[in-house]
Design a protein around this ligand. Structure first.
Ligand code: SF4
Length: 503
């Protein structure tokens, strides 16, 4: 009997950018007596059903985007006599669906660090329990990932989590509901020890896979102070101090290490924080810009962001502190008009963000947007469906038949939104613009590397997601496979087995 952990994906590139951390955390959560789990990451290669024998336990982690492939994998495993257990955000939101549609015997809801072991025991002991609710565990219980099980030479970046949860409540995001609004910060020692292990193995680039690396803003502190809420103020100050302590420790790691994280734009108002990030070599951050207009920000409940020229200035502040921005923009908001697309491309170029992603608004389960949309659909006399599947269950529609745009727009057709979004990717990632942005790195070799990585990013995230024709999909996959190998070499370093943990 063996334990398997599978990360489903309908596309595989042979090499992946970031390690799917959950696989290695659940490997650590697997009770020792069952041996090391067999790990399959389908973003590298497809799962082989022959690797399963009757009586094995197969854990499949799903988010909404890969749920359908996850269910296929679950059926294949069950047909071979395995126990099938689902986990991840999507299974947390729809446990019954994972059991009914995915052939699951059980589901782990919420954090799996503790509940995964219980689910394995339950299956093997013939328990009738189908739902194991892991809830939101305390940060002290977060497990260190089993990086010793990582395959060699397959990932460019490793991933480490420092904080779970986000105090904001953006309408398109489910993180604040699934991971909670109370940030749970991991002990600094535990984070640093894990990073040291990864550098020993040759990883120079680490994604700090946090929901929001900046959980306490200056405004939060001022508000607590204005309310004379001393208890809250002390709590916030402690959390902030721990962030600084973590960054001081990161600064003591080998100088060839680089970190990347996700952060809200408010961090740009906090020069001390940005300076600490620079010293810690947190060289890049995904910043959710979402919209370049005031109306768009209102649409997504993100009033704390800026727009127009103030937005350009704020994004530039990151760069002035040595932090590259991966700006994330959403298209298809009710307030978007035809000229919003060009205005967004122009702003992204003017603000000099190093990378950008342009996504089309998709109502994902667990979000405010989804709840509103589902309600509106339910009120319609003829509920929309594709091949008998209601579009409010869009993740169950086969990939090739899935619409690209779901929410009806007051002035733009779905094709217009898709076409214009593709146009913005084309503009932002034109060779001329990439070459100009490559000034961010110094040597010619690094500039060429920057161009390769920009093209890879675009192939992996734009063409395979937005394009509707299968020829363009296939070409993108081929291109991504070709670019991935040389890109990986740019990121990894010589292993440092002797590296000690800085104090
Ligand atoms: S989009 Fe970012 S800032 Fe907004 S709730 Fe989600 S994690 Fe928090």
């Amino acid at each position: 009997m063996r334990i398997h952990l599978i990360n489903p994906s309908h596309v595989s590139f042979g090499i992946a950018v970031i390690t799917p951390r959950w696989l290695y955390v659940l490997a650590a959560a697997t009770p020792e007596q069952y041996g090391d789990p067999v790990i399959t990451d389908e973003t590298l290669e497809q799962f082989d059903p022959d690797s399963i024998v009757a009586g094995d336990v197969v854990g499949i982690g799903i988010h909404t985007g890969n749920a359908l492939r996850g269910y296929e994998v679950g059926h294949l495993a069950r047909a071979r006599g395995a126990w099938v257990v689902y986990g991840g955000i999507h299974a947390t939101l729809y446990p019954e669906e994972a059991i009914e549609r995915g052939g699951g015997h059980a589901v782990v809801k919420g954090d799996g660090d503790v509940a995964w072991g219980q689910a394995i025991e339950g299956c093997l002991n013939g328990s009738s329990t189908t739902i194991y609710d892991g809830g939101k565990i305390d940060a002290e219980q977060f497990l260190k990932a089993r990086w010793d099980l990582l395959p060699a030479d397959r990932y460019m970046w490793a991933s480490v989590q420092t904080v779970r949860g986000c105090p904001k409540h953006c309408s398109f995001c489910s993180v604040w509901k699934t991971d909670g609004q109370q940030p749970r910060q991991r002990r600094v020692d535990a984070v640093v020890e894990e990073i040291v292990e990864l550098r020993r193995r040759g990883f120079r680039f680490i994604a700090l896979a946090d929901d929001n690396f900046y959980p306490v803003t200056l405004e939060d502190l001022q508000q607590a102070s204005r309310r004379a809420d001393h208890h809250r103020l002390e709590e916030l100050k402690t959390m902030r101090a721990e962030r600084f302590e973590l960054m001081e420790r990161l600064a003591k790691l080998p100088s060839d290490m680089n970190f990347f994280t996700q952060i809200t734009m408010e961090a740009a108002e906090d020069p001390d924080f940005l300076d600490a990030m620079r010293k810690a070599r947190i060289k890049g951050a995904l910043v959710g810009v979402e919209s370049v207009t005031a109306e768009g920000l209102k649409d997504v409940y993100k009033g704390f962001n800026l727009y127009g020229d103030a937005l350009v200035t704020r994004l530039q502040q990151f760069k002035q502190h040595g932090i590259h921005v991966l700006g994330s923009f959403i298209f298809g908001l009710a307030s978007d008009r035809a000229d919003t697309f060009n205005a967004t491309a122009a702003l992204a170029l003017k603000a000099d963000v190093t990378f950008a992603q342009f996504v089309m608004l998709t109502p994902y389960p667990g979000t405010v947007d989804f709840a509103k949309w589902e309600l509106a659909q339910a009120k319609k006399p003829d509920a929309e469906a594709i091949d008998g599947i209601p579009i409010t269950r869009h993740w169950l529609i086969p990939q090739s038949r899935r619409p690209k745009v779901y929410t009806p727009h007051p002035t733009l057709s779905p094709d217009e939104i898709r076409g214009r979004t593709q146009g913005v990717w084309d503009e932002f990632y034109s060779l001329a613009h990439i070459w100009r942005r490559s000034r961010a790195v110094k040597s010619l070799k690094n500039r060429i590397g920057f161009v390769l990585c920009s093209k890879l990013y675009r192939q992996m995230y734009a063409n395979t997601g937005i394009a509707t024709d299968s020829a363009r999909h296939a070409k993108s996959e081929r291109m991504a496979r070709m670019l991935a190998k040389p890109c990986r070499r740019l990121f990894v370093g010589k292993p440092m087995p002797e590296l000690q943990t800085p104090v």
